[in-house]
Design a protein around this ligand. Structure first.
Ligand code: ADP
Length: 557
């Protein structure tokens, strides 16, 4: 006699949706006493997670009263602050999508991303109104501004938008008593990343991917965020969700410390010392500045367990300086906006010491759990994980983008049979440690944000004295990379770097304007006539380029 087949369905685990709403519930229950600190040298603000959750209930009520429905995007233009955290949890919990606008984008890019995201409502810190005023005329979908914090009131350029004060809106709101059930595969947050050419591209994070990413950030082999931690995300909340740290903190109950717009080493070290910060995360530029500052000032970062650092390669001198001068450890990590961003973290097993330890610390990290990686060579073939063969890094996984928001062309270009093409050239060793060796994407990363070489070249060419221009990344101690303009002069023409800087300053963001110039006879080309920037980079590395450094303030035209 054969036994009846047992029915197993229904005996398994509860299929709970993995939503930002579940993080909000954690904030008002298990993690109620964790706190959010807005650090200021002259006075700090403080709130418990319970207070934040209750204010999020009010923000949700206020947004609903303004007509926010499921799937709508609600934008933010803000620094790292308690109100931004409230938006982080309230907007997705309504079933709407939090669209964090990167305030470092150029006015054209900002106009594009606000229109493309198509939010009707923007939560904006008053100190950032000048940025908004500069793009106001081009905004097509925006109707309401919710104004946060101290600062000037909106000028005439913003008069056509209905204006609300954040605190007044919260005070007047009916708090949400029962948040809606939200599908965990729906969009929760939207973040744009600028590409080599063309418009910025939107990465839409689902609830499920954000919660899984928050869980991953709590793993000991990655960012190891725990309930006992006090986390200072220096990476901005408009950049890849501050590397997912706010959601990780909400999930595990780590307290959060914010420094707002002030990322000076004095403020950062002051916040770490006063608030006994245990994890502080930022790009190498931030830590280089702090290290330099610590050489001349008394700095106490003894509370730090470690400092995750990524977005650009961390030089050995920075790791060593941190350990020797500050007694603190930097942990190297690799990721992209498209990867939420946790992709790889360079944790070194305790029994690995000496040069081998350095070798692993300097790598971009071990491929994170749940992330799959492969390396593809120029012929489309997969190369082995032997620590030597290199290829383009491709990744996939539950928090890795499978395309760009409403952008078929960019999605088709970026996705290879379900794998995300990262544009990074890398090797991977037998244990899964990743090492970036080059970059296929033609772009410059300065202080953690992108500068488009193609756009700079176009603007340089607009100058009558310039016949050809190629812009490549020059290594830079403070900013990691700065643009080097390689200029071919038009026959008989003359122009100085200072004149080109003045010319560019009117056409691109000030921080994009190169300090480094070299005048060359021609731009090296590949067999198909494309600029061969590898050759220029090699000549720069070999000291074969005559580079003029021009750092004086830009004269106004
Ligand atoms: P983020 O700055 O948060 O890493 P972006 O999407 O702005 O995210 O940039 C991602 C790119 O930055 C990567 O594709 C890679 O080129 C570069 N990058 C990120 N982390 C590192 C790292 N640890 N070392 C070198 N380059 C890195």
């Amino acid at each position: 006699m054969s036994a009846a087949t047992p029915v197993l369905t229904g005996l398994m685990q509860h299929d709970v949706p993995l939503t930002i709403g579940s993080l909000l519930r954690r904030m008002r229950t298990v993690n109620a006493t964790s706190e959010v600190v807005g650090y200021g040298a002259t006075g700090s603000t403080r709130a418990t997670f319970l207070e934040v959750a209750e204010r999020a209930d009010r923000l949700g009520g206020a947004l609903r009263a303004l007509g926010v429905a499921e799937g709508d995007r609600v934008a933010t233009l803000a620094w790292n602050a308690q109100e931004h955290l409230e938006a982080y949890v309230a907007i997705p919990s309504l079933g709407a999508v939090l669209h964090t606008v990167n305030l470092r984008m150029t006015p054209d890019q900002m106009t594009y991303v606000i229109n493309h995201g198509a939010a009707r409502i923007l939560i904006v810190h008053r100190s950032l109104l000048p940025l908004l005023e500069a793009v106001a005329d081009g905004l097509e979908t925006l109707e309401h501004l919710v104004l946060v914090g101290p600062g000037p009131e909106p000028g005439d350029a913003l008069a056509r938008f209905t204006q609300h004060d954040y605190e007044e809106a919260l005070a007047a709101a009916t708090p949400i008593a029962a948040w809606p059930d939200v599908d965990d595969r729906a969009g929760a947050a939207l973040c744009y990343t600028s590409g080599t050419t063309g418009n910025p591209k939107g990465v839409l994070y689902s609830h499920r991917s954000s919660v899984l990413h928050a869980m991953a950030a709590g793993m000991a082999d990655t960012l190891a965020v725990t309930s006992g931690d006090r986390v200072l995300p220096i990476v901005p909340m408009f950049h890849a969700n501050a590397w997912g740290l706010p959601y990780a903190a909400a999930l595990v109950g780590a307290s959060l410390v914010f420094v707002g717009h002030d990322m000076s080493p004095a403020t950062i070290s002051g916040a770490i010392a006063a608030e006994r910060v245990t994890i502080a995360a930022g790009v190498p530029t931030i830590w280089m500045d702090l290290l330099r500052y610590a050489q001349e000032h008394d700095v106490d970062v003894s509370s730090l367990r470690f400092a995750p650092c990524g977005g650009a390669a961390v030089p050995r001198a920075l790791f060593e300086g941190f350990e020797q001068t500050l007694g603190a450890e930097i942990v190297h990590a690799w990721g992209m906006t498209e990867t939420s961003p946790l992709g790889a973290v360079a944790r070194v097993p305790d029994d690995v010491t000496g040069e081998e330890r350095w070798s692993l610390k300097l790598s971009q990290g071990r491929i994170a759990p749940m992330v799959e990686a492969r390396l593809i060579d120029d012929d489309g073939a997969e190369v082995p994980w032997d620590g030597e063969s290199s290829g383009e890094l491709q990744v996939r996984g539950p928090w890795i983008a499978s395309g760009y928001y409403l952008d078929e062309q960019a999605s088709a270009d970026a996705i290879d049979d379900g794998w995300l093409r990262t544009g990074d050239i890398a090797t991977i060793d037998e244990r899964g440690y990743l090492r970036l060796t080059d970059r296929a994407k033609d772009i410059i990363k300065s202080g953690g944000e992108w500068i488009s070489s193609v756009e700079l070249e176009g603007e340089l060419l607009a100058h009558p004295a310039v016949a050809e221009a190629a812009v490549v990344a020059a290594p830079h101690e403070r900013w990691t990379e700065r643009p080097l303009a390689c200029v071919v002069l038009a026959p008989g023409a003359e122009v100085t770097p200072a004149e080109l800087r003045t010319f560019l300053a009117g056409r691109v963001a000030k921080w994009w304007v190169p300090e480094f110039f070299t005048f060359i006879d021609e731009v090296p080309k590949t067999s198909v006539g494309k600029f061969d920037k590898k050759v220029l980079r090699a000549r720069l590395a070999d000291g074969d380029l005559d580079v003029a450094v021009c750092e004086e303030a830009i004269a106004t035209a």
